[in-house]
Ligand binder design. Structure first.
Ligand code: V47
Length: 377
């Protein structure tokens, strides 16, 4: 069985009937969408119409391929000097749940998963108030000691900015140190919603939206590839999500080193926003995926991260614009501390099954989207 979208003429009628005819014409002509278009895509009641259009773009770029990878997550410390309202992971030094992994512990953790033959380790953590610059380099070196061939995707723009500030070195030296230690690329976290109102309300102590963009520019100009995320489902407005996407699109025009956009569904449990509203819904998750596929015309990949979306929604997202469901993951703390109902890891077979059952061809990829294996049979 292969995923069969509607015949193009029928899909066009569904899209036009939803009032998206002008947007469809722009998408078919490869024209860029405006922020008003983004709002219409968020507000039209017909999610199916937005999904058909997003699927059209995704198919143009990737055919029926859907990517996954063999990866591990290591959240090397939860001790953090900030107290963001959306975060259940952060702890203060001395609290029972606070932990800090040294290089040896990172090395040991990676070796525990030798059987999985991971090609990537994803490492992000809290901003520890006292650990020095060398600690960050040691965490990367430790991962490479355990598995010299592994791709280390580590440090959000918040961590990079922190290193730039505490290192006492020039930007060029810091990026060279990171490269020498073995850093391969950076994950997309910490962006949250790149709008000052949301920053003030929920993560005011942490790096500002402009600070995140400026650091991402430095990282990309230094030659590193990276991802970008958007944390939705809390106090943000639809217009702010559109603004967030347009800021990323502008930066991608300038630098071109974003690999994937990853909408992150907010999990509220044990956070300061626990009583604010609801978990995100399938409806909201699919809308975020589809709108981002259409607005981010210069991003090659849209990732449906199953840990935050759940495996069920991530699978469905493949027909709404996503072309990647991330990886095996294995140990993840940030979303699990906030109550995600997703498991802590998925075996490779399960990722392949999710993709195949939705009618797509599973392709194991590297972190930077080179194809390692088209899984057949
Ligand atoms: O920046 C924090 C988010 C991010 C919650 O680049 C929460 O491939 C939901 O960036 N509910 C870290 N989300 C994770 C991240 C990531 C994950 C997977 C792949 C990639 C990639 C990047 O987690 C943080 C923040 O935005 N987060 N708290 C929460 N309660």
């Amino acid at each position: 069985m292969s995923y069969q979208p509607l015949d193009t003429n029928v899909a066009n009628r569904v899209i036009d009937a939803a009032g998206l005819g002008t947007i469809r014409e722009k998408v078919d002509a490869g024209e860029r969408l405006s922020s008003d278009d983004g709002m219409l895509l968020y507000e039209t009641p017909s999610l199916a119409a937005v999904g058909h259009l997003a699927h059209r773009v995704r198919s143009r770029l990737h055919g029926d391929k859907a990517f996954f990878n063999n990866n591990l997550h290591i959240n090397y410390t939860n001790i953090c000097q900030y107290s963001c309202k959306f975060c259940a992971f952060a702890a203060k030094e001395g609290e029972d749940r606070a932990y800090l992994m040294n290089g040896e512990a990172v090395e040991k953790k990676l070796r525990e998963y030798d059987d999985l033959a991971p090609t990537e380790v994803h490492m992000v953590a809290g901003i520890h108030p006292t650990m020095g610059y060398d600690y960050y380099l040691e965490v990367v070196r430790a991962a490479k000691r355990a598995r010299p061939d592994i791709h280390v995707k580590a440090f959000t723009m918040v961590e990079i900015d922190h290193m730039l500030k505490i290192s006492g070195k020039s930007e060029e030296e810091v990026f060279q140190d990171l490269r020498d230690a073995g850093l391969g690329s950076c994950p997309g976290g910490g962006a949250e919603v790149l709008v000052d109102r949301v920053h003030k309300a929920v993560f005011r102590e942490k790096q500002s939206p402009q600070g995140w963009l400026d650091t991402a520019r430095k990282v990309q100009k230094a030659g590193f590839k990276m991802n970008a995320t958007m944390l939705y489902g809390h106090i943000e407005r639809k217009s702010e999500c559109v603004e967030h996407m347009i800021k990323l699109r502008d930066l991608q025009d300038e630098c071109g080193n974003f690999m994937a956009f990853i909408p992150l569904a907010f999990w509220p449990y044990h956070t300061d926003l626990a009583n604010y509203g609801h978990e995100t819904t399938g409806w909201m998750d699919l809308r975020a995926i589809a709108v981002s596929r259409l607005m981010l015309d210069n991003f090659p990949n849209i990732k449906a991260y199953w840990i935050m979306l759940t495996p069920q929604s991530a699978q469905t997202a493949l027909a709404f614009g996503a072309n990647d469901i991330d990886g095996t993951v294995t140990e993840e703390k940030i979303t699990h501390d906030a109550g995600t109902s997703a498991p802590e890891s998925l075996p490779r077979d399960e990722l392949v099954h999710l993709i195949r059952e939705a009618g797509f061809t599973p392709v194991q990829r590297t972190t930077t989207y080179e194809e390692l294996e088209v899984v057949t049979g």
